[in-house]
Design a protein around this ligand. Structure first.
Ligand code: DAH
Length: 339
């Protein structure tokens, strides 16, 4: 029995010695000390040992078990340390290497210009609202006093989805949607994307952005419109900026005007930037047509209002002196980073 135990021990030590992974060590533990292991088998064969020899044999078995366990434990600790050290070595960080530069995103010139316009109007108590880009003919044209046979409809080459659903050609339909809600007074701006079937060039794109403005209240006059837009121009282009209202025609406003600002480059003397005129056109506006008010459920005898529409790209191009609109859509990081 003693030799048998010695033999088991030697075999176990040999296998521990040969183990090169923690899993192998575990296998050795199971094979020798486990429930079905060799030492347990010896204990099970105790019934064949003479009763007076049993305590001695039992003690021998226990000693053998303890010895194997001790060697196993030492081997395991050693192996674990080696694994940890190898891992640390492979994951070493060179703190002298230059740090990886994290490129933080940058706002698009359109976004910067829009936030500026929003800041100005929110400061005057306006609400910022939105309308759908896929719009009904009714809101885009009909309710804005542009009936099917109106020549103004030709000016805006339109993408139609079906006969009476289209990609909005202007943000003006949001005026109608707001008025229809029936909550007065209204002081809103509505920025958003608009679409026209235009060829791409330095000043045109089939998709661009507008900011619509609408004020409806009692006793709103053209003087309110003038004062508001004069203040807007000053805030946007500088305190010295003057505005000029030129008579114009829009079907949904009466009277209507186009607004020019004095050239903020030359102060109005005339330069290359303003093409020598001293003025730069920035938006269309007017007093909301009584028919538009009535169509949207507002009594034109009681209420009046003004509206305006600004091209967002136009503002961005002017403000940052960009001479080609296409640059705004190419998303060349080198270009965008300048603003
Ligand atoms: N919707 C017009 C356009 O796209 C711009 C415009 C002009 C809007 C006059 C208005 C306005 O609200 O009063 O050309």
């Amino acid at each position: 029995m003693k030799e048998k135990l010695e033999q088991i021990k030697q075999e176990a030590l040999k296998q521990i010695e040969a183990s090169d992974a923690l899993e192998k060590l575990n296998e050795v533990r199971v094979n020798f000390l486990g429930k079905k292991g060799e030492l347990t088998a010896v204990l099970k064969s105790m019934k064949d040992v003479a009763p007076e020899d049993r305590p001695k044999v039992g003690q021998l078995v226990n000693e053998t078990r303890e010895e194997i366990e001790k060697v196993l434990e030492t081997a395991k600790t050693k192996m674990e340390r080696a694994v940890r050290e190898a891992k640390m070595k492979s994951e070493v960080i060179d703190v002298t290497l230059p740090a990886k530069k994290n490129n933080v995103g940058h706002r698009h010139p359109n976004t910067i210009a829009l936030e500026e316009v929003e800041r100005i109007f929110v400061g005057m108590g306006y609400e910022v609202v939105e309308g759908p880009e896929v719009e009904k003919d009714y809101y885009n044209f009909e309710a804005l006093n542009i009936p099917a046979d109106h020549p103004a409809k030709d000016e805006q080459d339109t993408f139609y989805v079906t006969g009476d659903i289209l990609l909005r050609t202007q943000t003006s339909p949001v005026q109608v949607r707001e008025m229809e809600k029936g909550k007065l007074p209204i002081r809103m701006i509505a920025p958003g994307r608009v679409f026209r079937s235009d060829e791409v060039d330095a000043t045109h794109s089939p998709s661009f952005h507008q900011i619509e403005g609408l004020v409806i209240d009692k006793n709103i006059t053209f003087a309110d419109l003038k004062g508001t837009l004069a203040e807007f121009a000053k805030e946007l282009f500088g305190e010295e900026t003057k505005v000029k209202f030129r008579p114009h025609h829009f079907p949904f406003t009466e009277p209507s005007a186009e607004v020019d600002v004095s050239c903020f480059k030359c102060g109005g003397k005339g330069c290359r930037f303003c093409k020598g005129s001293g003025w730069i056109e920035i938006l269309g506006c007017g007093m909301v047509h009584p028919r538009v008010l009535k169509t949207s459920g507002i009594d034109p005898e009681e209420y009046s209002g003004f509206a305006f529409g600004v091209g967002l790209e136009r503002i961005a191009l002017l403000k940052y002196e960009i001479d080609d609109m296409r640059l705004l859509y190419e998303n060349d990081i080198r270009f965008l980073k300048q603003f």
